[in-house]
Design a protein around this ligand. Structure first.
Ligand code: ADP
Ligand code: MG
Length: 343
């Protein structure tokens, strides 16, 4: 039995382990497993592939990396040449023609915004930047800057034209960004590419956003261990999954301290302030992109409102760790958890 640590390293502050994957290596005849890791989207990514032979497995992994690179070039708001950057540069001006792929991504993001009543919002950027600057200066943003930035946040000001395939951000200074959904989308697409390349099973761990498909080479479902947010060396829940995503958003991975207070990297778009009261949210559902977006949204909504939303969604489960380290589960999570060692 091999314990593989999928550690997340990035961002502003202590980077700890988010999800661990536990792989059994006893092989069935005719299947091999390979692993390949690279840094993508500012995070460590890992691709695990089960295929009939090594050549096929490595070929599939390479195709997945190519796909992830393609998506990063398309959506990254850090890259001047991306479609996202073109949209942001034109904020307040003319509509921008974009690919069907980005158009559909924006459309799905808006759906999640409506579903979560704005807790998830890809226009969070102007406020997010203020808090990032605070992380550098260790001073809270002043009220005036905060008010100005908040005026630029709001998904309702994203204008889409499905016929012309254009998007327009109505206010100058508005921005969109994919920090809360891009890795989940990339993981989904990488899985699709792995399947098409002949992999029978695999895992794509996109900086802690994990999408699993098929089975391990010994025919077992994937076993994913979740590290306790307050004790990252300890696994406290095991999930057995086949075609599911497990995504964690947590302030133990990225936060800033200003004046002894801890501020998460997730912003409540409604208040313009970093979220408090939640340490981490783990969402389990078949779709990596949706799991990613919902983990962020649940983080913003908090234990009660967040889990109430999750319980309304079919096939979506979550657990939330609150500020005191207490763990709260959605109604049907038990069906996924195999073992727990609750503190
Ligand atoms: P992680 O990056 O740890 O996986 P998330 O998926 O929750 O966590 O994404 C957090 C990132 O999403 C932030 O770094 C920021 O770029 C962006 N973001 C912050 N708040 C929001 C929000 N309310 N809605 C959408 N995106 C957000
Ligand atoms: Mg997210």
């Amino acid at each position: 039995m091999v314990l593989v640590l999928a550690s997340r390293t990035r961002g502003l502050a202590p980077c700890l382990v988010g999800a661990l994957s536990l792989t059994l290596t006893a092989s069935l005849a005719g299947a091999v497993t390979i692993k390949s890791g690279r840094a993508k989207m500012g995070s460590p990514f890992e691709v695990t592939v089960v295929a009939p032979d090594e050549a096929k497995a490595w070929g599939a992994a390479e195709a997945a990396w190519t796909e992830i690179d393609r998506i990063e070039a398309l959506i990254s708001s850090w890259r001047e040449s991306s479609e996202t950057s073109a949209v942001n540069r034109a904020a307040g001006g003319d509509p921008v023609a974009i690919s069907k792929e980005l158009f559909d991504l924006v459309t799905r993001a808006l759906k999640v915004s409506r579903l979560t009543e704005g807790a998830f919002d890809i226009t969070f950027g102007p406020v997010g930047r203020l808090w990032e600057a605070s992380a550098e200066t260790h001073r809270l943003p002043d009220e005036e800057s905060l008010r100005a930035a908040r005026a630029l946040v709001g998904y309702e000001a994203i204008e889409l034209d499905a016929e012309a395939l254009t998007v327009r951000l109505a206010k100058p200074g508005m921005r969109i960004g994919w920090g809360a959904m891009g890795k989940g989308y990339a993981a989904n697409r990488a899985v699709a590419v792995l399947r098409a390349a002949g992999a029978s099973g695999g895992l794509v761990n996109a900086g802690g956003d994990l999408v699993a498909f098929g089975r391990q080479e010994d025919g077992q479902p994937w076993k994913i261990g979740i590290a306790h947010p307050l004790e990252p060396d300890r696994i406290f829940a095991f999930f057995e999954i086949e075609d599911q995503a497990i995504v964690t958003s947590g302030d133990y991975e990225r936060y800033v301290e200003i004046g002894g207070e801890r501020y998460a990297h997730i912003i409540d778009p409604r208040s313009g302030r970093p979220v408090r009261g939640v340490r981490s949210v783990t969402v389990v559902c078949p779709d990596g992109e949706l799991a990613d977006a919902l983990a962020t949204a649940t983080f913003v909504l908090g234990v009660e409102e967040g889990l109430a939303l999750i319980d309304r969604l079919r096939g979506v489960e979550a657990m939330v760790v609150d500020a005191e380290g207490r763990i709260h589960y959605s109604q049907n999570l038990e069906s996924f958890i195999r073992e727990t060692a609750t503190p």
